[in-house]
Design a protein around this ligand. Sequence first.
Ligand SMILES: [Zn+2]
Ligand SMILES: [Zn+2]
Length: 296
Amino acid sequence: MRLLQWFVKHWLVLSERVLLVGLAILLWAIAYPSIDQTHTFEFHWVMQVWVINLLLMIVSAGGLHLWFIRFKKQGNTLKFDPRVQGKNNSLWNFSDQVKDNMFWSLGSGVFQLTAFQVITMWMMANDYAPTVTFADNPIWFVSALVLLPIWSAFHFYWVHRLLHVPFLYKHVHALHHRNVNVGPWSGLSMHPIEHVLYLSSLCVHWIVASHPIHLIFHVIYQGPGAAMTHTGYEDLLIRDKRRLALGTFYHQLHHRYYECNYGNQEMPWDRWFGTFHNGTEEATRQTRARKKKMYQ
Ligand SMILES: [Zn+2]
Ligand SMILES: [Zn+2]
């Protein structure tokens, strides 16, 4: 029953995931170069992928930023943290949280997202990476779309725990964690080393048979998808109705208390390994004790 409920919640309603699959199919059909154009690395198609990724990031994070933060379309309704984004604070590059977040997202973030994507496309074109079509195996084709977010959650949990090892935290992951009060641009705002680790989730296509649609779905799930999970709001309201599940409270608690909720709700790793924070005082106390122990 639980599995069925999970499936209905994520796949049979207008969720972030359904939107992203639709977008992946559209981008595959009309925007990205086709795989037979990617046998050799050439400037024009690599640039084409980079420009599309840059635009996707600007439209998704920028659009959510304008809606929620600039024009305050939803005020503080369903916002986790009532404060405004940081300004005139030397914590940030350019003394501005939004500009700082844009710098890391659009610079290293989009660059590395594109690098992983074009290398995988080139591998698919040259049969270095296994491919599949809908006609070959429709069951696998659909299953892979359902499994990709689960894979991504598995990968993210372990990479994220690694990033919380004090040495890596201090030198790498702290950059993302300056965002306690997150906004859409915070999602992909990471240190370049964190980008490599986070985006290495895409290497699964080097060994598991995939179609370019799977790759594109995975790319937008990791890139623009991160903007959607960091809006700082629980849901997108349109005419007072909850229209789209956004930034999860789960990851918000991670940004607030650090040593808890390393994963996401996709897989119960945090529950199994005792790092789950459910929002209660008791969980906060346990999280603080864990942090203290880690930094002894
Ligand atoms: Zn985050
Ligand atoms: Zn973290």
